[in-house]
Design a protein around this ligand. Structure first.
Ligand SMILES: Cc1cc2nc3c(=O)[nH]c(=O)nc-3n(C[C@H](O)[C@H](O)[C@H](O)COP(=O)(O)O)c2cc1C
Length: 209
């Protein structure tokens, strides 16, 4: 399938069969998410991979009892840094300097400017910036699942603070942003399986200047 055929093939699956998706395929999705571009390359988020059935059962009510949570093979939780600190920025640029064998202060000016711009923001603004970066990776993961012919459901329909509490995300300095269930579509029971994909018309969506 071409990229566009894969994107037409995928849909936000409402019912899954519970079948397992090979870890090898999930690893491709996770790696695509890790390779996603982010502003200044900071990657201010992590992905939690959950397969534990008991934990998924606890998550389901937090996600308004959506059936995909427990019918999925894997649940990916995208979680952004709850703060962007100078230490975290240093860690990122120190890695770039080390892996590219650059002089120690090669990126100092750039990183100092970045730290100053974050210092002028509130913690909530910094978290919102981090969450936007997580959404880029989320989009890449959705696309990667499609090209791997793996079914997935992107989800915002859950109570973030309750999920953060259950998964103790504060211990990792994270707050949840989105969920991606990975599984196998249950065409017999999914009301959405055979419905037409609807999108805004190209002429309206794309503005030619
Ligand atoms: C950020 C985001 C949040 C979403 N939240 C949910 C959700 O909680 N539950 C669900 O079943 N679908 C959810 N969806 C699926 C959308 O409703 C769906 O992608 C959209 O209607 C387009 O349809 P399609 O993906 O089937 O082509 C979400 C999609 C995105 C991108």
């Amino acid at each position: 399938m071409s990229l566009l055929e894969s994107l037409i093939w995928r849909y936000a699956v409402k019912r899954m069969t519970g079948e397992k998706v090979p870890q090898q395929k999930v690893d491709v999705i996770l790696e695509a998410a890790r390779l996603a571009p982010t502003s200044s390359g900071i990657q201010p988020f992590s992905i939690l991979q959950i397969t534990d059935r008991k934990l998924l059962e606890k998550i389901q009510p937090i996600a308004y009892n959506q059936p995909q949570i427990t019918e999925a093979s894997h649940l990916l939780v995208f979680a952004a840094w709850d703060n962007v600190t100078p230490e975290k920025i240093d860690e990122v640029f120190n890695r770039v300097v080390a892996e590219r064998n650059l002089p120690a202060d090669a990126l100092k000016g750039y990183s100092d400017n970045l730290k100053a711009s974050f210092a002028a923001q509130t913690q909530e603004q910094r978290f919102n910036w981090a969450a936007r970066q997580a959404y880029i990776s989320f989009g890449v993961a959705i696309t990667a699942a499609a090209t791997e012919q793996v079914d997935a459901t992107p989800m915002e329909g859950f109570k973030n603070t309750e999920l953060d509490h259950l998964l103790e995300l504060n211990k990792h300095g994270l707050r949840s942003t989105t969920l991606l269930t990975i599984g196998v579509r249950d065409t017999a029971n999914d009301w959405l399986a055979n419905l037409k994909k609807v999108r805004r018309p190209k002429e309206e969506f794309i503005i030619e200047l």
